[in-house]
Each structure stands twice: as structure tokens, then as C-alpha cells.
Ligand binder design. Structure first.
Ligand code: PLP
Length: 403
């Protein structure tokens, strides 16, 4: 073969949009209706764009056709700055805010600017797999710290501490967590910050679900808990504002920035190399952060997202040999298949067989860098009746499934 993928991609994978997607597309082309539960994309499930965001984009479109500043337009960066000031993060100015085509682009830039060959980055297992993929793509070594299902999917500080070496550069914290739905306590976050402080690590805080919280759970913004640790906070409009397709996210740098001056020079250069993020979508940021927070209606005890979380959690736990921890935030459950009941050796084959038989597209647990083939991720976005039906079909499939 003449053209092969570069060796940089050798250990990189991203199963959420992996090979099973082609099969799902082929089924749809053949006339089947496929329930797409592989991504956290609210739009196909009847979540509308908040009106004030839509109107702001429409109003600004006629003057959004030029490149913007590489970091993004000022009103949006100002709105992000104010948001973090209100959340208790000190010392943040508009120069510390970078807008991006989704948080994804900024995650890639931030890691590329930081990691040299062989540098280690602590990443949770399970993780949102973009993190593992981008660290490896940058030539870094991913060191997974375990999150414990028995402890509401909290990580263990001793396990993290034991994995820090003199090559460790940063720790990734995903809170609220995808795929587990865990929301971390202040004490746990302070414990992680203490490790970062002691070992001079940068904290990469992925807080894209910071407004999707159930049962009155509080979210603690990590950057607000320590002003002496360099912290990069990632967030955006995709989830809390249900506009994943607009590709609008941000990154905020906080803490002792003088320690990171050289790094930030590199990050700013990368921001400039992509010229600027998509400009129309940047106009959504100020309207979103300054407007009414309609996500709160959806996460009230009677709200749609809470109801769906409850239905999915109950119905999945009713399947023999399946169990899952009740999520405190985000849009997912990470369900366990009891190995004594379901002897799965290849969980990618499991999700492929489920797709072919029941036309439901899930992502296997190992796609989230979970070390054993005994979990799958379930997305709680469909309406309650559709969830009931889908989970009934998953139960029916599992009752006869053998590998
Ligand atoms: N971080 C987490 C934990 C996510 O789940 C996602 C998307 O699913 C992202 C980041 C990327 O979001 P976006 O690029 O749409 O802003």
C-alpha cells in the first residue's frame, strides 16, 4: 500500500465514532432505524437549541464572516471570564480564555503544546477516550488511574499518588464524569490538587457537564479550589446548551501563570495556527452564559433529563446480570455485565452483535479504556418510553447472547 497512516497513530483509538459506526450507517442505508446511543448528542432526541442562543447567532451572522482574534471574540471571552470569576476562580482575565471548535479542539491543542515524547499524563480509567487518544498522539505515555465502581466511581488518591513519577506532567480530571456519571466531592478534588501541588503537575479539568447535575448535587469548579496550581479548565456549549453541532467550547488558564509562561506561548501559537475558531458559534457564548439557564429545568427532580436518568438506571439494573451506579451528573451510565452471568470476551463484538440484532448502537467499556470487557456505556438522552423499549431489547438480547 502506498499511503499508510503515520506511525503517530499507532496506539491512538477513538471507539465512540469507531468501526461499528460504519455498520450502523450501512444498516440505516438498508432501511433500518438505528437507535444511536454511541455519542452524547442531544439534538436528535428532541432537545431544541435555546431560543436566545439561536437569535444571537442569527443576528450576528452578517458580521461573522471574517476571521476573529486567534483566541476568539472579546464579548465571548469576557462572558467566560465573568463566569469563572463568579464561580470563585481568581486572577482570570480575557487573555486567559481561548475559544475553540468545541472543547475537543482545545483538548488537542493543550496536550500537543505540553507533552514531549515519553512524558506521562495521568488519565482516569474509564475515561472520555479523547484524552487517552490525544496524549498518545502527542507522543506521551498515558498512565491510567483507576476509578472504583464500588466507591461511586471515585478514584483512589493513593492509587494516583503511587503512579506519579518524575516524568508525570499533568493529571486529567473529568468532573462530572463521562462515562460514569460521578460528580466528585470537594475533599476528593482538594486531595488531587494537593498531589498536583506537591509534584508540580498541571491540572487538566474537563468540566463540560458542570451544569448537568441531579439530586441537588453540587459541582465544585477545580480551579476555584486552588490558586497555586496551574489549571486548564475545559468547557463549552455542546452539552449544557444542547448545541453540540455549533462546535463552541472554551479553555481557561488559571493559577500561577508565570510558571507556565513558556507553555502558554506555545499554546497561543497553536491557537494562531488554526487561525481562529468558527466565528458564528462564538456569538452563542455570551447569550448562553448570560441568559436563562434552561438546563436547570431539565435537571429538576421533575425534569426530562432526571426522569430519563431514573428510568435508565432502574431498567438497566432490572436486567439479570447487569448493574450500574446511579449517576449524579452528565448523560451516561457505565453498566457492568456480571462475568458470572455474561461471559463476554470481546466487548466490541458484543456491541456489534447488539447493533446487528437489535439496531441499538452502544459503545463497549474497553472503548473508554476500561481494562476488562465487562462494561458498556448507555446514553440517557432518549425519551423515557424509548429508553424503556431499548433497555427491554438489550435485556432480551443478553438473555440468549453467548460468545
Ligand atoms: N469532554 C467530555 C468529557 C465529553 O464527553 C465531550 C463530548 O462528548 C467533550 C469533552 C467534547 O465536547 P465538544 O468538543 O463538543 O465541546
Amino acid at each position: 500500500m502506498k499511503f499508510r497512516q503515520s506511525s503517530k497513530l499507532k496506539d491512538v483509538c477513538y471507539e465512540i465514532r469507531g468501526p461499528v459506526v460504519d455498520q450502523a450507517n450501512a444498516l440505516e442505508e438498508a432501511g433500518h432505524s438505528v437507535l444511536r446511543l454511541n455519542t452524547g448528542n442531544p439534538a436528535p432526541f428532541g432537545f431544541e437549541v435555546p431560543e436566545e442562543i439561536l437569535q444571537d447567532i442569527i443576528r450576528n451572522l452578517p458580521r461573522a464572516h471574517g476571521y476573529s482574534d486567534a483566541r476568539g471574540i472579546l464579548p465571548a471571552r469576557r462572558a467566560v471570564t465573568q463566569y469563572y470569576q463568579q464561580r470563585g476562580v481568581t486572577g482570570v482575565t480575557v487573555d486567559d480564555v481561548y475559544l475553540g471548535n468545541g472543547a475537543s479542539e482545545l483538548i488537542q491543542m493543550a496536550v500537543q503544546a505540553l507533552v514531549d515524547d515519553g512524558d506521562e499524563v495521568l488519565v482516569p480509567a474509564p475515561d472520555y477516550p479523547l484524552w487517552t487518544a490525544v496524549v498518545r498522539f502527542a507522543g506521551g505515555r498515558v498512565v491510567h488511574y483507576a476509578c472504583d465502581e464500588e466507591a461511586d466511581w471515585y478514584p483512589d488518591l493513593d492509587d494516583i499518588a503511587a503512579k506519579i513519577t518524575d516524568r508525570t506532567k499533568a493529571i486529567v480530571v473529568i468532573n462530572p464524569n463521562n462515562p460514569t456519571g460521578a460528580v466528585y466531592s470537594k475533599e476528593l478534588l482538594e486531595g488531587i490538587l494537593e498531589l498536583a501541588r506537591r509534584h508540580g503537575l498541571m491540572v487538566l479539568a474537563d468540566e463540560i457537564y458542570d451544569k448537568i447535575l441531579y439530586d441537588g448535587t453540587e459541582h465544585h469548579c477545580m480551579a476555584a479550589l486552588a490558586d497555586d496550581v496551574v489549571t486548564l479548565t475545559f468547557n463549552g456549549l455542546s452539552k449544557s446548551y444542547r448545541v453540540a453541532g455549533y462546535r463552541s467550547g472554551w479553555l481557561v488558564v488559571s493559577g500561577p501563570k508565570e510558571q507556565a509562561a513558556d507553555y502558554l506561548e506555545g499554546l497561543t501559537m497553536l491557537a494562531g495556527m488554526r487561525l481562529c475558531p468558527n466565528v458564528p458559534a462564538q456569538y452563542a457564548v455570551q447569550a448562553a452564559l448570560g441568559g436563562r439557564q434552561s438546563i436547570q429545568d431539565l435537571t429538576l427532580p421533575t425534569g426530562r433529563l432526571t426522569e430519563q436518568r431514573d428510568v435508565a438506571w432502574r431498567a438497566l439494573n432490572e436486567i439479570p446480570g447487569v448493574s450500574c451506579v446511579k449517576p449524579k451528573g452528565a448523560l451516561y451510565l457505565f453498566a457492568r455485565l456480571d462475568p458470572d452471568v455474561h461471559k463476554i470476551v470481546d466487548d466490541e463484538r458484543l456491541v456489534l452483535d447488539l447493533l446487528l440484532r437489535e439496531k441499538i448502537h452502544l459503545v463497549q467499556g474497553t472503548g473508554f479504556n476500561w481494562p476488562r470487557p465487562d462494561h458498556f456505556r448507555f446514553v440517557t438522552l432518549p425519551r423515557a418510553d424509548e429508553l424503556e423499549t431499548a433497555i427491554h431489547r438489550i435485556g432480551r438480547f443478553l438473555s440468549t447472547y453467548r460468545q
